[in-house]
Design a protein around this ligand. Sequence first.
Ligand code: OGA
Ligand code: MN
Length: 301
Amino acid sequence: MQLPHTADAIQAAPGITVRQVAPSFAAEVAGVPIHGDVGEAQLDTLVDLLHRFRVLIVPEIAVTPGDLVAFSRRLGPLEIHSNIENTLRDHREVFCVGNVQRDGMKASFSTGVEQWHADSSFREVPSDVSLFYGEIVPPEGAQTMFADATAAYDALDDATKARIDGLRAVHSLETLHEWSLPFNPGRAPFSAEKRAMWPPISQDLVRTHPVTGAKSLYLCPSVISHIEGMDRAASQVLIAELMAHTDAPRFVYSHAWRRGDLVIWDNRAVLHTASLFDASRYQRLMYRTTVEGNSVGARAA
Ligand code: OGA
Ligand code: MN
């Protein structure tokens, strides 16, 4: 499905319309009742659209955390975040992001550390898909930005592709921790227990999507400690060069949230990052569910 991003909505299946919102990817989808019983055919259509567009926006729906979990589970088993205090007491699969604290939950809040990434890259099998729901959204700021790492790979010249194909990058939660320390001065050190639980994991720098076969750039500048066979400085130069190519405006879609928006993205094909908001003036509460690795691909295979 090749649509110019100015295209009107088109019918993807009976009752389901899509409208592409960025030049190479990202589409708004209407007509899928996330809070209701999504039929198998509708789910197949949605998964197919996710593979084609990589980011799907389902605008302004009203779902409860329970609805979100039930729907997300249709895509595969869900991860439980390692920081249990950031999850909902009644729904541990829901990871909360923002500056709200209630009912024994403290949303994960960080500022100044926003960096491009795909979720759970430090897990041996990283997440396939994330779903992100705007429960409380500030009236300005706090956009979530997506970079089309698939189109960005395609646009590389052949010499660069040849230079990077086959490289392995080492992803580490400890690297992320060190990276974020200057922004969170009081933070507890990375414990021996965490180190044992989250050892560094190497991932392909150019990853191949298991369903579409498309290659994409797997860049997580604050999580990658180095590229195997390269020293840290040379690794950082290469990652920065590829990142500067990938976050060019032609590959980026920035989502300005309305309350009740649900955005679903394919971690195997895009990168994302947060932007700042004035946390002294506004509240933000986002619910994220995270589908474990291999499940969407396995389902569609
Ligand atoms: C996430 C994330 C971006 C944002 O929750 O995985 O990267 O806009 N969030 O908060
Ligand atoms: Mn994320």
